[in-house]
Design a protein around this ligand. Structure first.
Ligand SMILES: Nc1ncnc2c1ncn2[C@@H]1O[C@H](COP(=O)(O)OP(=O)(O)OP(=O)(O)O)[C@@H](O)[C@H]1O
Length: 133
């Protein structure tokens, strides 16, 4: 397990077919918004192609070994972890953040520009995703 968000736990996996690293988000189905997020991300996977957005490789939906509903999304694995961790690095006991994860002002500005480009792309090309969310 590599992380957890509002909609479920995320695991690192390896695709047996080609050895590709992937991140598998197993949705918490008791969380109502997780179902909507699944639909939005499935719609997104068919329509979205942008260099600043993580690619959805596939989705799976079915019944698990306990006979309960199971839904998961398989993403391209991002080896550098979450952007949030880079924007808000953890502080050490002296209240200083690790210099290896510190971004310069120019890097932060480039992140903001890249995020704005991705949002602009979603806004003008993928209104269906916003509609489902
Ligand atoms: N494609 C990925 N590659 C590598 N790590 C990932 C990937 N997707 C998610 N993670 C890890 O799993 C954590 C949870 O991700 P998730 O997308 O479920 O939630 P989030 O976007 O961080 O939070 P929220 O859903 O609450 O807004 C991330 O913070 C990150 O550490």
């Amino acid at each position: 397990m590599i992380g957890e968000g509002s909609f479920g736990a995320v695991y690192k996996g390896i695709l047996p077919s080609n050895g590709q690293n992937v991140a598998v988000k197993v949705l918490k189905l008791e969380e109502q918004r997780a179902g909507r997020s699944f639909m939005a991300e499935c719609a997104a996977s068919r329509n979205i192609r942008h260099q600043n957005l993580v690619k959805i490789i596939t989705s799976c939906s079915g019944i698990d070994i306990r006979g309960e509903d199971f839904k998961a999304l398989v993403f391209e694995f991002m080896p550098n972890g979450s952007l949030d961790k880079w924007l808000h690095p953890a502080l050490d006991e002296m209240g200083v953040n690790d210099s290896s994860t510190r971004l310069t002002a120019v890097q932060r500005l480039n992140v903001a520009i890249d995020v704005a480009r991705a949002v602009d792309y979603l806004h003008y090309h993928c209104w269906i995703v916003f509609f489902l969310i």
